[in-house]
Design a protein around this ligand. Structure first.
Ligand code: 9J3
Length: 318
């Protein structure tokens, strides 16, 4: 059950029921009381219909689904080990997301994305590259092979996710060289994808003008490994002028702001913005992978002040 549903149903409806009896007791059956009762009933009905929609803050916390995962997957030549996280208590209709780590990183560096996005309803494949040093174009091929693997899991005999994946709803993401890979993948294969989310992406001299899927680019203000002036900014500026896109730059953020916490301190976020980037990523996927217009406001309307204060730069084209 969605964790917001019980509180929505019980704590919000009880006062309305209470009000109904108050109104009846105090105002007997006068015309105005009947009218007020009708309004209250209408309000409680419309509330009940919208109470299963999360508020913005809920997208930054673990979502309504229990996460399970498996890693016994068919071998593919384009990447090494992989883990498929999924929403165990969601029946079907999973969109798919593939996530590549960066240079000298492994799945553990992307693990929180697997958990976070699966808890919000997605089948999420995190991958190890064949070599820790694979370049961005190899990571692009790995991401697209991951998309194919997710599609195949929908039909493979014995697959845990057989019949549960919506094979035309795919997104790719990645960190650093993996983010460069996500951009390269979409530059070549936007027809296979619905959205991409590169974070602190690395790819010199890049031209991503052929990307035609909505692109959420997450950057860190003080990224010294993929400095914005040489990577994120030219990447974003190379995207087509009319592409739906967003640039979010985390104030004071390093190269690792959207990565998991790991043993190696050097590879960790220097500031905790998982709730903020988690919110925006889930909303981006819900809007552009699931095509759920409920999330458009969360993506494009003005952010709460507390979130704006954690960003040094925000740009978008709706
Ligand atoms: O994936 C990354 O973190 C790219 C960083 C990098 O410095 O690559 C240099 C070869």
């Amino acid at each position: 059950m969605p964790d917001f549903a019980p509180s929505g149903v019980f704590s919000y409806c009880d006062p309305i029921v209470f009000l109904h009896s108050e109104v009846v007791r105090n105002m007997r059956s006068s015309l105005s009381a009947k009218f007020l009762l009708l309004i209250l009933l209408a309000a409680s009905v419309s509330f009940a219909q919208t109470s299963d929609r999360p508020d913005r803050e809920a997208l930054g916390r673990p979502g309504p689904y229990q996460v399970a995962y498996y890693s016994q997957l068919p071998d593919v030549p384009e990447f090494g080990a992989a883990t498929l996280y999924f929403p165990a208590n969601k029946g079907d209709d999973f969109g798919g997301v593939v996530v590549s780590p960066g240079f000298y990183e492994q799945q553990e560096n992307m693990r929180w994305w697997g958990n976070h996005l699966a808890s919000h309803g997605y089948a999420v494949l995190t991958i190890d590259t064949n070599a820790l040093t694979d370049d961005p174009s190899m990571r692009a091929d790995a991401l697209m092979a991951g998309v194919e693997l997710l599609r195949a899991e929908n039909t493979r005999m014995g697959s845990t996710l057989r019949g549960k994946i919506l094979t035309d709803r795919m997104a790719v993401m990645g960190h650093s060289m993996g983010g460069g890979g996500a951009l390269l993948a979409a530059n070549e294969h936007s027809d296979e994808l619905k959205a991409i989310i590169p974070f602190t992406p690395w790819q010199p001299n890049a031209d991503f003008s052929s990307v035609s899927v909505p692109t959420l680019l997450i950057a860190g203000e003080i990224d010294r490994i993929a400095p914005n002036a040489e990577h994120s900014r030219p990447h974003y500026e190379s995207l087509a002028a009319d592409l739906t896109k967003m640039y979010l730059e985390v104030k004071g953020g390093n190269h690792f702001i959207a990565n998991s916490e790991v043993e190696n301190e050097r590879l960790n976020p220097n500031t905790d913005v998982h709730d903020l980037v988690g919110t925006m990523a889930v909303a981006w996927l819900k809007l552009f992978v699931d095509e759920d217009e409920f999330y458009r406001d969360i993506v494009f309307s003005e952010m709460p002040q507390a979130d704006k204060a954690r960003l040094s730069r925000v740009e978008f084209t709706e």
